[in-house]
Design a protein around this ligand. Structure first.
Ligand code: NAD
Length: 260
């Protein structure tokens, strides 16, 4: 049902972003993927997306902590496809540290990537969406857009900010056929989670198993990791006409975490 539409997904070379790209390609959309990684592996994914969609897939490997590179990515998408119909702001990073030791450059990077990049892609995508009176803006926020955990000051700040940006954009675009929503997963088993285990072990003086069970899944009542595919299914639904009335919402997929 997305034939002729173009979806740009930031941070889509792995994890949840790649799952979004696959699910939207399966519905026939042109896809722009972005993110870092091994060039051969990314090219393989790009080709697989084209095979799945019967449409075009473009890789734009820009660093989204830099405004000029975000602008270059959005221009590449516009040059290739005329504009972006579905914008998914998903690129994100994490750093775990007590606030008094939090490295200043990590704070700046996390705010730039997890929050400011979504502002920049949105301001560049909205004029096209308004002109055609259709658009979908979807953020991968987080349970941390609704609640906090210790030692994640930059991440929690950025995700709460992203939730605020989304509500504001939803109000500004409400009469233009555009919706803006957050998908807020709890813990999803991806490289982002795997990489924070060593620092969490250090910050909390715990073993790997203790971090998995007593920190990560402690707050998730289902005691199951959410899957990237479950997040992608929600994104596909938000693109449907059935979801045209959902805007400014924060869709939790967190195994009950924020119900507590
Ligand atoms: P991931 O590490 O697998 O994916 C992150 C993606 O962002 C990768 O494609 C990476 O190359 C890209 N990226 C990193 N730095 C970048 C930069 N400077 N410029 C452009 N791209 C960059 O992680 P993931 O778990 O799939 O995370 C995706 C999103 O989901 C993030 O916003 C994260 O905060 C959010 N999230 C994850 C979880 C979880 O438990 N994994 C939970 C809630 C929210």
């Amino acid at each position: 049902f997305l034939k002729g539409k173009t979806a740009l997904i930031t941070g889509s070379t792995s994890g949840i972003g790649l799952a979004y790209a696959k699910a939207l390609a399966a519905e026939g959309a042109n896809i722009v993927i972005n993110g870092f990684g091994d060039a051969d592996a990314i090219e393989k994914e790009r080709v697989a997306l084209e095979a799945a969609s019967g449409a075009k897939a473009l890789y734009s490997g820009h660093d989204l902590t830099k405004v000029d590179q975000i602008e270059a990515m959005m221009k590449e998408a516009a040059d290739a496809f005329g504009g972006v119909d579905i914008l998914i702001n998903n690129a994100g990073m994490q750093h775990v540290s007590p606030v008094e030791d939090f490295p200043v450059e990590k704070w700046d990077l996390i705010i730039a990537l997890n929050l400011s990049s979504a502002f920049h892609t949105t301001r560049l995508a909205v004029p096209y969406m308004k002109a055609q009176k259709w658009g979908r803006i979807i953020q991968t926020a987080s349970a941390h857009s609704l609640t906090a955990s210790p030692f994640k000051s930059a991440y929690v700040t950025a995700k709460h900010g992203l939730a605020g940006l989304t509500k504001t954009v939803a109000l500004e675009t409400a009469t233009f056929g555009i919706t803006a929503n957050c998908i807020s997963p709890g813990y999803v088993w991806t490289p982002l989670v795997e990489k924070q285990i060593p620092d969490t072990m250090k910050a909390r003086n715990m073993t790997r198993e203790q971090v998995m069970n007593d920190v990560l899944l402690a707050g998730q009542p289902t005691k199951q990791f959410v899957t990237p595919e479950q997040c992608a299914a929600m994104a596909v639904f938000l693109c449907r006409e059935d979801a045209a009335g959902i805007t400014g919402a924060n869709m939790s997929i967190d195994g009950g975490w924020t119900a507590q």
